[in-house]
Design a protein around this ligand. Structure first.
Ligand SMILES: [Zn+2]
Length: 123
């Protein structure tokens, strides 16, 4: 049974998610630029600050992971939007089965059904 999806609604959700991710990436990038110039001026003031450097490295790692995550989501959102344009939105990329609307409501950029997603991600 083919399900009727309100594509307009999902497109809006995707566009919103896209903006949110872009904003997140921009915020992280802006923060890192600022931190970088701050830490550079600190380095010239003090000789050695191992603890600060460790904290900063950790913060930067966290930002990097967040940014990475946002980028990945952004790519999935773009892929979902492309599927919408080609008329395959809501269909699993692997098995071609219909992705239930309930799943798309939770994850509008889902391009795989639950089963294939689990297969891809592994145990
Ligand atoms: Zn599938």
């Amino acid at each position: 049974m083919a399900q009727q999806l309100d594509l307009h609604r999902y497109r809006e959700m995707l566009e919103k998610e896209r903006q949110r991710m872009l904003r997140q990436i921009r915020t992280i990038d802006a923060g890192q630029d600022q931190e970088l110039s701050e830490s550079l001026s600190e380095i010239s003031d003090y000789d050695d600050h191992p603890a600060d450097v460790a904290t900063e490295t950790f913060e930067r790692e966290k930002d990097r992971a967040l940014r990475e995550n946002a980028r990945e989501t952004l790519e999935r959102v773009d892929a979902a939007l492309r599927k919408m344009d080609t008329g395959t939105y809501g269909l699993c990329d692997i098995c071609g089965q219909t992705i239930p609307a309930g799943r798309l409501d939770a994850v509008p950029y889902a391009t795989l059904c639950v089963k294939c997603q689990a297969d891809v991600e592994g145990p």
